[in-house]
Design a binder for this molecule. Structure first.
Ligand code: EPZ
Length: 418
């Protein structure tokens, strides 16, 4: 097991080039299964979740290779529709392949997906929607089997704007005869990016980001060259990291629209923020104070994927603030680790209340999931003394080269065996 050893108390300042978005790259890689001909993905993040998806695509018969930072995927040689169980468990996004394999091969054999332990994370909305498109789906002891002689376009209304279910149904609908309409669909920017990729491959998808998506089915997709959109969660993480230490940061390659809900809170707390088309600059001046109620919600609400990092950030000057997690029922585990560091917070089932401002103290802590691990990196960099974060494998699932990026900002961090 690997850990990060972090020396706190240094001011972090500098420039970060935002990587491509993990939560766009993964559904786009799943969608590539439905194409014929080469795909070249630019800005695909080099993170372990992408490695896991590449392993699955390769096991299915795709040819995938990195070349000078570009990822090439050719799915012409797909020879199977069963995803090995141990690969399914690696991450949540493996479930997206149900829709694309069903569309490509007419069947798929998957098991319950893995991913961060942040809640029950059922896939009932996925299953209901795929059945509406004509799939026959049953559960065996170990697997979920999906079969469809032919998929037919349908009007589907999601019970909840699930990101993954929206993406899964977009992919299956490409192979369905006729038009599919997905109402109450998720509006995240990563959904828009998936639509743009599919249309770049010759598909005809409209409405992503609006809440109602229409997919024209029966179109064969070809490969394409596509640049993945910037990772707003990575960018928000480093923004909070620099400001938490009293520094300043220039985030390159990302515009305000992706982080508006976060920037409004920081603006209100007195942080200096300047945005352009392609970058966000922010600076702490030392007198900032934030007292706010943050409720996580589907986009454009405050993103659940920045909730842990925001809580760590607010332990220093967010007295009176309340952070409420409304998307996942088990996404406050990291807060117990913040308490070990001396955070003056009260933790309940859905909320963390910042009781008083407090300078954290470096102690050994443990990451339990991806964004909780990111929160502990921020906490360690803010704290007095040294912080050891055990099990960095969670962090590497969603952040490429975190050590390089933190060092580039002036932070002191090393990786060690623990
Ligand atoms: C995606 O997960 C993201 N992952 C998550 O990012 C993100 O937190 C989440 O969307 C919400 O924005 C990827 O895109 C790979 P959901 P997903 O389906 O699709 C419930 C990160 O840290 N639900 O929108 O799994 C579910 O239990 C990760 O980068 C059902 O009940 O999220 C949850 O409570 C973590 N039934 C809520 O909906 C279903 O069939 C939101 O889940 C599907 C979901």
């Amino acid at each position: 097991m690997k850990g990060y050893h972090i020396k706190g108390g240094r001011v972090l300042s500098g420039k970060i080039e935002t990587s491509g978005a993990k939560n766009a790259a993964l559904p786009i890689l799943a969608a590539s299964v439905m194409t014929k001909g080469e795909n070249t993905l630019l800005s695909c993040p080099q993170i372990s979740d992408v490695d896991s998806m590449i392993s699955i695509l390769t096991a299915l018969g795709c040819k995938v290779r990195w070349e000078d930072g570009l990822l090439s995927v050719v799915a012409d040689g797909i020879r199977g529709c069963r995803i090995p169980d141990h690969m399914m468990k690696e991450m949540r996004s493996s479930v997206f392949l149900a829709g694309s394999l069903l569309g490509r091969c007419g069947e798929a054999v998957i098991s319950n997906p893995g991913g961060c332990d942040i809640g029950k994370r059922p896939i009932d909305i996925h299953i209901d929607g795929l059945r509406r498109l004509g799939a026959h789906i049953w559960q065996t002891d170990e697997n979920i089997v999906l079969k469809a002689g032919r998929l037919r376009g349908a009007k589907i209304r999601l019970a909840y704007p699930s990101v993954g279910a929206t993406e899964n149904l977009m992919l299956a609908a490409i192979a369905a005869e006729g038009l599919t309409e997905i109402e109450n669909s998720a509006k995240e920017p990563e959904i828009v990016d998936l639509q743009n990729y599919i249309n770049c491959c010759g598909g005809r998808v409209m409405g992503a980001g609006s809440g109602t998506i229409t997919v024209e089915g029966g179109i064969k997709l070809h490969g394409c060259q596509y640049r993945i959109l910037p990772d707003r969660i990575e960018a928000g993480t480093y923004l909070l990291m620099a400001l938490a230490t009293g520094g300043e940061i220039m985030l390159e390659g990302i515009g305000r629209e992706y982080l508006d809900s976060l920037l409004q809170i920081l603006d209100g707390g007195g942080y200096r923020i300047r945005c352009s088309e392609t970058g966000i600059w922010a600076k702490a001046c030392g007198f900032e104070r934030i007292n706010c109620m943050i409720r996580t919600a589907p986009y454009p609400g405050f993103p659940t994927d920045l909730q842990p990092q925001m809580t760590a950030f607010l332990t220093k000057n967010g007295k009176g603030s309340i952070i409420e997690e409304n998307i996942f029922e088990k996404r406050l585990e990291y807060a117990k680790e913040l308490k070990k560091m001396g955070a003056d917070i009260e933790i309940s089932e859905k909320q963390v209340i910042i009781k008083d401002n407090h300078i954290l103290c470096g102690v050994p802590v443990a990451a339990k999931d991806l964004r909780g691990g990111a929160a502990l990196m921020i906490a360690g960099l803010m704290a007095d003394g040294y912080t050891d974060i055990a099990d960095t494998k969670y962090i590497k699932r969603g952040y490429s080269r975190p050590i390089d990026k933190i060092r580039a900002l002036g932070g002191e961090i090393i990786e060690y065996d623990c």
